[in-house]
Write a protein that binds this ligand. Structure first.
Ligand SMILES: Cc1cc2nc3c(=O)[nH]c(=O)nc-3n(C[C@H](O)[C@H](O)[C@H](O)COP(=O)(O)OP(=O)(O)OC[C@H]3O[C@@H](n4cnc5c(N)ncnc54)[C@H](O)[C@@H]3O)c2cc1C
Length: 529
């Protein structure tokens, strides 16, 4: 029977850091990292701008980072968590540097600091415009040096193995004892039992038609934790990145980092007008929810499907500062001295997720969550740019510390469970699954996107309920990768819609035309500082 002391689901920054730290702490314990694609395929791999950390204590301060995070979160951040994260950012950054991540530095060796929307100071450390890829590659190399850590690639975790409380032990809640997974190559289903499990499964951008997230981002961890009975919150707060390169049908969309606006690029409409100051005094550097909504409104008024990022006046900096973005534009034949980049908002980040405390513990015993799939309280209604890699680093550390304290006292429960047999889908069924996925993504973009309405949400709720029934019927006796991802997409879409319907006031990334415009933070507070 396959067993591990600690199971980590996901090989992005959160999963890798947790596995490395636990693996180093317990050299004789068995740690297993499971990931559903190649090891590097994750949101982390695509992160461009960087990590927000206060490092320049002359010009920046914890208070300033805390204030920017609270303002972006529009009154719904947990201030204690914000303080906790900001205060340990520097220590976590030093660990990444010690592992070997080479952040950009100026000629005097100081960390080079960029600015992004919502930050009132330069505080984003970065590796050019490919920060995530640098971090991922260093962490994967580090993981490979640990003999007690096994990395299983191309294995999709389907569900958690849980135990319900028994009558004689009714004060204990549901507990987690491992996972069921499907080997994508052999289609074999198996169970792995563990003392404790960490979900680090990332985001859910693939619920939407246009997204910056890679194909693996289907909300699996959130869906399986929710099916197991964990608390899941703040799912209505989906962050749309304002400037994804117009997709030309590509999935995912290529991102034009906010750091390009931080470096001085202007947003203009079809008429060449720089429009952001109509919407917010911070212009292009207002928080992401504000900029994305402003672009959506410009596009609604003009009927255009894109706006433009004018980089002509900074074009000479782009090859050095943003080589990946520059090369992408060149490959599309764009001359950035003469032409602006066509951009539109795309689903980018889920601010909510599986509820965790400051130790990373979910409401299910022996189940932790960290990274984008977790709802820690840091982001509130809208994540501040570059706070997500930071959150993943801090909460992976919290999970590690709590597990280091508790692991010796957590029993390994192995049960003889029936292993589901995996049957392939018929060709017609697969077509149905793939078509349903495409239609659902379109529906979510149209009705549950940046601008929502009660009618649109109700309509989507009804469609999702029908789809859920259809897919449950189809899934009887079948375990299949495409079907499993669709099931997860439907589950998280239902969570987004249901939690949207419960929110009666516009706030942060949540905007419903049937509610009064409201912000917990009036504009005056945003521009102070
Ligand atoms: C284009 C882009 C740019 C970004 N830029 C920045 C930035 O500059 N700064 C910043 O702070 N944030 C940025 N973000 C957000 C940030 O990258 C993510 O929030 C963060 O990397 C999430 O890390 P994670 O470890 O939680 O998840 P991920 O990195 O997404 O990793 C999730 C892992 O879980 C695996 N997985 C998922 N489901 C299953 C399953 N069922 N079974 C097995 N494995 C599974 C996936 O394969 C993957 O390995 C960006 C995101 C994108 C998409």
């Amino acid at each position: 029977m396959p067993v591990a002391d600690v199971l980590v689901v996901g090989s992005g920054i959160a999963g890798l850091l947790a596995a490395i730290k636990i693996g180093e702490h317990f050299p004789s314990r068995k740690i297993c990292v499971i990931t559903k694609n190649e090891a590097a395929e994750s949101n982390t791999q695509y992160a461009q701008g960087g990590i927000s950390v206060v490092t320049d204590f002359l010009n920046d301060s914890f208070d300033s980072h805390i204030k920017d995070t609270l303002i972006a979160g529009d009154g719904l951040c947990d201030e204690e968590v914000v303080r906790f994260v900001v205060a340990q950012a520097y220590d976590r950054l030093e660990e990444l540097i010690a592992y070997g991540v080479k952040f950009d530095r100026d000629s005097e060796g100081r960390l080079s600091l960029a600015k992004e929307g919502g930050h009132h100071r330069n505080r984003i450390v970065h590796c050019k415009d490919a920060t995530g890829a640098s971090v991922s590659s260093v962490l994967l190399q580090k993981l490979a040096t640990l003999p007690n850590v096994t990395l299983l690639t191309n294995q999709i975790v389907i569900d958690l193995i849980t135990r319900q409380p028994t009558a004689w032990h009714s004060r204990a809640g549901t507990s987690c004892h491992g996972v069921t997974l499907l080997d994508c190559a052999s289609s074999k289903v198996s169970n792995i039992f563990s003392r404790t499990t960490i979900l680090a499964t990332g985001g859910l951008g693939q619920v939407y038609e246009t997204t910056t997230n890679p194909l693996v981002a289907t909300g699996d961890g959130i869906a399986m934790a929710w099916r197991a009975g964990a608390e899941v919150s703040n799912m209505e707060f989906i962050q749309f990145h304002p400037t994804a390169l117009t997709s030309f049908g590509s999935n995912p969309c290529f991102l034009i980092s906010e750091a390009v606006r931080g470096h001085g690029a202007h947003l203009i409409n079809q008429l060449g007008e720089r429009f952001m100051f109509k919407y917010h005094p911070d212009g292009e550097l207002a928080c992401r929810d504000v900029v994305a909504r402003a672009i959506a409104m410009e596009m609604n008024v003009s009927g255009d499907s894109e706006v433009y990022l004018d980089c002509a006046h900074i074009a000479h900096h782009l090859p050095d500062k943003f080589p990946t973005i520059y090369q992408k534009c060149v490959s599309l034949g764009l001359d950035l001295y003469l032409e602006p980049i066509p951009v539109a908002p795309a689903a980018h980040y889920v601010c909510g997720g599986v509820d965790v405390d400051m130790e990373g513990r979910t409401t299910i015993e022996n189940l932790y969550a960290c990274g984008e799939c977790a709802n820690t309280g840091l982001h509130g209604a809208n994540r501040l740019a570059s706070n997500s890699l930071l959150e993943a680093m801090v909460f992976a550390h919290s999970c590690y510390q709590d597990i280091a304290r508790r692991l010796d006292n957590i029993p390994l429960r192995i049960e003889s469970l029936e292993v589901k047999t995996s049957q392939p889908l018929q060709a017609a069924e697969r077509t149905l699954v793939l078509q349903t996925r495409a239609s659902l993504r379109k529906l979510m973009t149209e009705q549950v996107g940046i601008i929502r309405s009660e009618k649109g949400l109700q309509l989507t709720k009804t469609c999702l309920a029908e789809l859920s029934k259809l897919i449950s019927k189809l899934a009887t006796g079948i375990v299949d990768f495409d079907l499993q991802e669709l099931r997860n997409i439907i589950d998280v879409a239902q969570l987004i819609v249901d939690q949207s319907l419960k929110r009666q006031q516009n706030c942060g990334a949540y905007f419903n035309i049937d509610h009064e415009v409201h912000s917990h933070f009036p504009l005056e507070r945003v521009v102070q500082d």
